[in-house]
Structure formats: C-alpha cells, structure tokens
Design a binder for this molecule. Structure first.
Ligand SMILES: [Zn+2]
Ligand SMILES: [Zn+2]
Length: 221
C-alpha cells in the first residue's frame, strides 16, 4: 500500500507569514528580500519561484529534498522570530502561497510565492522607524537594510519604506509596526526646567574657571 498525503484544492492561495531582511541592489534600483534560513544566500523578489538551495534541478517542493520557500501559519509566531538576536532587524512578511505546497503542522513548504505586505519594526532605539538604512552587511550586489529613525540614521545611505515598496514593485504593501516596547518617556516640563538649571550652573562654573585662566594679567591678547 502506498501512503499519499491528502490533497488540498483551495480556492484562494493560502496565506503565510515569515521574516526576512530587506535588501537593495547595489545600484539602488531594485528591492528584494533575503531569507533567514535555508536559501538565505540569494535574494528573492515580491513574486518569486524557489530554486533548489542545493543546486538540484528539480521543482520545489519535492518530497525528497527540504528546499523551497517556507512560511508559518501563525503571524504571531512569525513576528515572535524577530525577538531573537539574529533576526532583530528582520521585517515581517505576509505571503500568498502559490502553486503546489506541502502543509506541515506549523507552516508550508512551497515553490512559488507573492509577498503581499512587509511590516517594518521599530528602530533599535524603540522609536518609530521612518527609514530603511544600510545595515552594514549584504550579499554580492545587494546591501541589507534595517529600520532606523531620523535620529539613528546618521550618515548612512537610507530610503523610506514607501520608496522601498516602489522599487520592490508588484503592488507590495508596506506597513509600519508600532513599537511593542514603550520608548523612553517624554520628559515633563519641571524635569526639563531642573535640567536647564543644572546646565546653567555648570556653565556658570565653567565660565568662572575660564575667566580665572584667561583673566587680566593672563590674557595672551
Ligand atoms: Zn532541492
Ligand atoms: Zn532610533
């Protein structure tokens, strides 16, 4: 007796969730994603077909190989992956699983996908990210990007998430995630007044020291 997996014929493509690193081509014209597990060597676009990660010339998904795209059924479980140190700067993707797939308890393995939306997390400083900035690493021809706020981007090359979406094409939706961790609280007026008074006192002391050093008789002209 041959055991066969039950076949599914869904009317709509199943939806899944995964994390990936946003990447920008060296010339800045194309945007794509880099997977975080097997197949993380080659970037994929919004609409993409998997190629065997081991270089075999078979279609994914194959029952005899573990290559192909992977995603999780649960968005919560996928977003939980960005808590790990190595995936902190990854973005969350909602994908449509196209063509044949193999269903597992926690997700799918499959050969074709469309990335429907990308959710950019907060800047590492926990403020809302308004930019995707050069993350300082990449793959040949591709720079990895990471979320950044206006304060943390500094001199790094960066583009807005909307511009990233335009370069990715195929109608990719770009969303921002509210920070799960509260940013440092805004300080109250009395706190700021107290700090200003302290700074003024330090400045007075500094000026008196300066006056003593450069005062009459010590002036260099
Ligand atoms: Zn394979
Ligand atoms: Zn920041």
């Amino acid at each position: 007796m041959r055991l066969r997996l039950p076949e599914e014929r869904p009317e709509e493509p199943p939806v899944g969730h995964k994390v990936a690193h946003p990447v920008l081509s060296q010339d800045g014209t194309r945007a794509a994603f880099l997977g975080v597990s097997l197949g993380g060597r080659e970037p994929y676009g919004v609409l993409a077909e998997a190629r065997c990660a081991y270089g075999w010339r078979h279609r994914a998904p194959s029952r005899f190989c573990d290559c192909g795209f992977h995603c999780l059924h649960s968005r919560t479980e996928a977003s939980g992956l960005v808590c790990t140190a190595e995936h902190r700067m990854a973005v969350l993707l909602d994908v449509a699983v196209l063509g044949a797939y193999i269903r597992f308890e926690r997700g799918f393995r499959y050969g074709r996908q469309r990335v429907r939306s990308m959710t950019v997390g907060p800047c590492p400083c926990h403020h809302e990210a308004t930019l995707l900035a050069d993350a300082g690493w990449g793959r040949p021809g591709w720079r990895a990007l990471e979320a950044a706020c206006a304060g943390c981007v500094r001199e790094r090359p960066a583009l807005s998430p909307t511009d990233f979406g335009a370069r990715a094409g195929e109608g990719l939706r770009v969303l921002g995630a509210a920070s799960a961790i509260a940013p440092p609280p805004e300080r109250s007026v009395p706190e700021l007044v107290a700090e200003a008074a302290l700074l003024q006192a330090r400045l007075d002391w500094f000026q008196s020291q300066l006056a003593r050093l450069t005062g009459p008789g010590r002036s260099q002209g």
